[in-house]
Design a protein around this ligand. Sequence first.
Ligand SMILES: Nc1ncnc2c1ncn2[C@@H]1O[C@H](COP(=O)(O)OP(=O)(O)OP(=O)(O)O)[C@@H](O)[C@H]1O
Length: 319
Amino acid sequence: METPVAVRGRGITKVFGDVVALDHVDVSITQGQIHGLVGPNGAGKTTLLGLLLGLAVADEGSLEILGTPLGRGLAAPDGVSGFVDGPGLYPTLTARQNLATVAALSFDVPAARIDEALEQVGLTGAADHKVRGFSLGMRQRLGLAAAVLTGPRLLVLDEPSNGLDPAGKKHVHGVLRRLAADGTTVVLSSHRMDDLEALCPEVTILSTGRVVFSGPVAKLSDENRELDHRLRASDPAGARTVAAGTPGVTILEGDDAAARPDTDVIVVRARVAAMDELVARLVRGDIAVRELAPVVSPLEAAFLALTDPAAITRQEADR
Ligand SMILES: Nc1ncnc2c1ncn2[C@@H]1O[C@H](COP(=O)(O)OP(=O)(O)OP(=O)(O)O)[C@@H](O)[C@H]1O
């Protein structure tokens, strides 16, 4: 059975003057999932999210949202809400009044939903405070409350974790996971790989308006790519000797190592098979492995490799 999709875009192109913000983008977003959009500055993430929200219209291509092809008019498609470039809030109104203005624009939002939405994002205590005094993280959470107020089936969020402290981020992640578990599709952009890895089973990586990857995060783990790992062992000097003698393993030194300033941590670069061999040799040598963790995650490594301008130029030359 075909997986139901909430968003299906084919050949989407959007041009601003002589800037091609989106260049024949194909994207499919599975219903009821949290889908991450990632890319360097200017890659086209906000432009794509804006199209999903009906804030702009593509110059070319087709976009189907929640089973309905998008027309040429500027209007939020039915069942879609969210924000780009930060949530639009009225600073002189309270949090509750801000949500009431959103509710007033929609016929079917019961007043009780406002309190529920405030509670959902952890702002009950600040409900009657003016937004003017809110921190960036509080504004982000209020923006999320406004977006969920109408019970959207597709939630579109540009950098929703921006400005959130660790507790706020955990709270917002929980809200998004619960929404997805209840069937809402969430599309969000982020520059934080750890957020995307924690939340998104699937991601789309954009680079200068083009899709360089779209699909399950698990598919990005390329066992043939060398990855840098931090290694902390019970016998640091012994571990260094074993690593130096393991084929396919390089010990990084100095700035390349990007290690914590601990003296007992070494940074090794290897493919998965060589890393497995290193661990086996350490264990055979009675050296306990206390920590072995990638310096950058597989998603971040893939992101850096796929959006590297030199790699993109090579791919274009190969076409
Ligand atoms: N309204 C506009 N007018 C002119 N150029 C625009 C407009 N909106 C976007 N662009 C350009 O389109 C390109 C894509 O911009 P976009 O904001 O979508 O990127 P982004 O991936 O969201 O970047 P960031 O990570 O910096 O937010 C950029 O070169 C940007 O300057």
